[in-house]
Design a protein around this ligand. Structure first.
Ligand code: GLU
Length: 302
């Protein structure tokens, strides 16, 4: 039987907040309830967005909240050669091409808006530009409608060429795109079960198409409801979400479990984080994860 391998993949653009704790917890419980492995990957591919000290803080917070990861931590910033290797393969099989369009060019051209931003109209598709000093895009013409069955959100589909267009795998400033890094890392780490926030549902269709072009297997996907703040905006580092607080680990873990539709009793409040996590694994019921979030997380924010 194949071992289940899940992962948590935070970006070190700031400390973990309640939304990231929910993602860590759901991926941990889902992996451990299947007697699987749970890996930790620091997604620092976008080096200009990395905040000094954030990765170390994330590791310390996870430990204080009782999480124990398998294997050593993987850092994307140490893997650029791998990303280039696969990008060269894609270029070699004419799946990718160089592009000189800036976002501003596309706006001036009135490129239509899709679920993931401006839909690329294909300006450079046949220009045969040199790869140096240009961004690199993946051709999506062959993608058609990409479908998958999410364990929480059910059937999900996106017509990639019509609603996204050819998407960037390497930026003009030489930064590898998250899409390329995440697909290669999951494959090479043997990740076969992905649990992450519902803001990435659409992105999953891009990842599945990329996996197909690279000849990789597609993992199973479970997206979990986002945590919004009191004004209904998704908690994120950009919207100034509060960092999780090691002093209140038990309470925040219980709130996170409630957000995920689980029913921890108040007796757990006096337990250590590792004991709460063990309860969560033993009682993990993913069928109860709501598509709409309950209001408890809002209370937590105030
Ligand atoms: N690094 C992403 C984030 O922090 C998560 C990506 C993923 O789980 O695939 O939002």
């Amino acid at each position: 039987m194949t071992t289940i391998t899940g992962r948590f993949a935070p970006s070190p653009s700031g400390p973990l907040h309640f939304g990231s704790l929910v993602a860590a917890l759901a991926s941990y419980c889902q992996a451990k309830a299947c007697s699987g492995r749970w890996l930790l990957r620091i997604e620092d591919v976008d080096t200009p967005r990395v905040v000094a000290g954030a990765a170390e803080q994330i590791l310390r917070d996870l430990e204080a909240f009782g999480f124990a990861w398998d294997d050593s931590v993987l850092y994307q910033s140490e893997r650029f050669e791998q990303y280039q290797y696969y990008l060269d393969n894609l270029l070699g099989q004419d799946d990718c091409y160089a592009c000189e369009c800036s976002r501003r060019n596309l706006r001036e051209q009135n490129a239509p808006q899709g679920p993931l931003g401006l839909i690329y109209p294909g300006n450079c598709r046949d220009k045969q530009l040199s790869v140096a000093n240009h961004s690199i895009r993946l051709r999506t013409k062959k993608a058609g409608v990409v479908k998958f069955s999410d364990r929480v959100y059910g059937e999900f589909a996106l017509n990639l060429s019509e609603t996204v267009g050819d998407f960037v795998l390497k930026r003009v400033d030489d930064i590898y795109a998250y899409h390329l890094a995440v697909v290669i890392d999951d494959e090479q780490q043997g990740v076969n079960q992905i649990v992450r926030g519902a803001d990435l549902l659409e992105n999953t269709c891009l990842h599945i198409f990329l996996q197909q072009r690279l000849g990789f297997d597609t993992p199973s996907y479970m997206h979990i409801p986002l945590v919004n703040n009191a004004t209904g905006v998704k908690l994120s580092k950009q919207t100034g979400a509060n960092a999780i607080d090691q002093q209140n680990a038990a309470l925040q873990l219980l709130d996170a479990l409630i957000h995920l539709g689980q029913s921890p009793g108040p007796d757990l409040l006096t337990c250590k984080p590792a004991e709460i996590l063990q309860w969560a694994i033993d009682n993990w019921t993913p069928e109860l994860i709501p598509i709409q979030r309950p209001s408890i997380a809002e209370n937590f924010e105030s």
